[in-house]
Design a protein. Structure first.
Length: 289
């Protein structure tokens, strides 16, 4: 126990040192970014399960703003080609709350804990990654189901807004399996890229989150958590079934987001710094957990 606490304290000190270096450099190299994210990922892997779940559930609730704000905007905008460009900007609000509020979002965790796994490659770390993914995904999905039910049946929103919610949400289950999978790969890739370079953005972080998530919405890509609010809204209003949610949305989106984040960003970006990582490990020596 004492050894784990000492190691965690060392990792936190190292991360703080790297973050200070990032702020001073302005444009850090890939290895520095890798180390910042890896240390953050290692910290997440060691977190209490209940704390992870509650944070993930809160993220599931907060991400509903990515449907609420576009829905409200859409209900007030005229029928015009440019209307989607404006309403799609509202999609970023949920992500701004979740990311800046440090709540647990599954698509962020397709890269953050993967780097410690690529660095360590042990069964213990692999178990921790799977544990983290299961806890965060369950918390996210339960949160989206709860908030979608409230949105549909609480009477908090006027009929024009509810109509806009339904119109926006239809896109979540409108495509076949492979089309949704490809859309999800792109979404997972873009969100993971956002996580990769956020440590280097400093005060520009909100703008980066806004830009990347707005593009996800504008391109009608599939995001497992934000899209679950939309799909569940259709389910709880009777416009879709749980079978539609599971097969047309959840499964292809989960696979696509995970591949886009873990493989296209996590593995490939690790590859460019692997020689430096191995050199550092050789110099410092492997320390047991």
């Amino acid at each position: 126990m004492a050894r784990d606490k000492n190691k965690r304290a060392e990792q936190e000190a190292r991360r703080d040192e790297l973050l200070k270096e990032v702020s001073e450099i302005g444009r850090p190299d890939a290895y520095v970014l890798h180390e910042v994210i890896r240390l953050e990922g290692d910290e997440e892997l060691r977190r209490n399960g209940l704390a992870l779940f509650l944070s993930a559930f809160a993220a599931g609730l907060s991400i509903a703003l990515s449907l609420i704000v576009p829905g409200v905007l859409r209900s007030h905008l005229p029928e015009a080609d440019w209307a989607k460009i404006v309403s799609s900007m509202g999609y970023a609000v949920g992500f701004l709350v979740v990311v800046l509020g440090r709540q647990q979002l599954f698509t962020e965790n397709t890269i953050t804990p993967v780097l410690p796994l690529l660095h360590d490659r042990s069964a213990k770390t692999a178990f921790r990654v799977v544990r983290l993914w299961l806890i965060v995904l369950c918390g996210n999905i339960l949160g989206t189901l709860a908030i979608a039910t409230v949105m549909a049946h609480s009477g908090a929103f006027e009929p024009p807004v509810l109509k806009a919610f339904a119109e926006i949400s239809h896109d979540a289950i409108a495509n076949e399996f492979w089309a949704t999978f490809v859309k999800a790969v792109f979404a997972g890739w873009m969100i993971a890229l956002m996580v990769w370079f956020l440590p280097a953005t400093a005060s520009a972080a909100p703008f980066v989150i806004l830009l990347m998530t707005w593009l996800v919405s504008l391109c009608s890509l599939a995001h497992i958590v934000a899209g679950s609010v939309e799909a569940f809204y259709l389910v709880v209003t009777g416009a879709a079934t749980m079978n539609d949610y599971a097969l047309k949305f959840f499964l292809p989106t989960l696979l696509g987001n995970t591949f886009g984040g873990a493989a296209l960003v996590g593995v490939l970006n690790y590859g460019q710094v692997a020689p430096e990582v191995e050199e550092t490990k050789a110099v410092e020596g492997e320390r047991p957990d």
